[in-house]
Design a protein around this ligand. Sequence first.
Ligand code: XMP
Length: 326
Amino acid sequence: MNNNVRPENMTRIKTKVLADAFIEKEIKNIREQVKDKKVLLALSGGVDSSVVAALLIKAIGQNLVCVHVNHGLLRKGEPEQVIEVFKNQMNANLIYVDAVDRFLDKLAGVSDPEQKRKIIGAEFIRVFEEESRKLTDISFLAQGTIYPDILESDGVKAQHNVVGLPEDLKFELVEPVKLLFKDEVRVVGKALGLPDNMVYRQPFPGPGLGVRCLGAITRERLEAVRESDAIVREEFAKNNLEGKVWQYFTIVPDFKSVGVKDGKRTFAYPVIIGAVNTKDAMTATVENLPFEFLEHLTARITSEVKNVNRVLYDLTPKPSATIEWE
Ligand code: XMP
């Protein structure tokens, strides 16, 4: 039997009862597979790797070693939340790697979108490899592979899963959620006690804010993307739009325009807001946000985010646009 194929009679996990049964069964499977050996996991803080981490912590405790790489392209508060949830609350064996300068130095001056993606992916593997080599007794590698990743094996998940590791670090895989669809992973995550904003978060690209800070990334514009994104997320949550709109985010392009503040001329960046709905990410429609809400976002972003003097709303569906700008 191919264990990468979801059995036709497998019940869709929609309730806590079903999630609890899945968790119990997987804990048994994991213990049988890894015994008293150590398992390594790249924990990004995204839904899939977080659910895998929580499952493995339940199954094997300190024998799971989580590595969280902060590449500087995460959203505001994300690395802190990974430490809080996994280290402080779940007592995970967590290695936090501050690789911010390293990534930003590698990306300095690189404006081609594909090149940026490649650098981020390759550097991630390198950092993870270095951390793995410091650990001498690892036997397994856990991954947050989910069923859609198997169905579209060339899908966008490549950056998430540590596929580029050298041969001697290709451990046997532990992939406890590989037959689950995303909605099921969320139900399992909720049953495992993960916070809602981790379990129900909107999709976020592997290269993170790196593809939303257009052109060559600078710290100044990266900060503007991160801060404006945090304001937009906060306001969507406050206004009950979280969970109703599929994806919402901000973009900062690499050009400036003239503005005025406190009677003085400014020359600063625009922030572009995007908010879209889609079923499969192949096509997308634009969310019809209330004008007053857009005005409120504009007022907050232009007054609170440094180096920004204009806010625009992207009205373009996919096609002709794509969801991300790079
Ligand atoms: P596009 O821009 O192609 O995006 O309309 C479709 C969906 O995929 C996400 N996306 C990515 N996810 N790595 C990822 O993990 C990537 O390089 C990447 N590019 C786009 C995007 O956020 C949207 O949900």
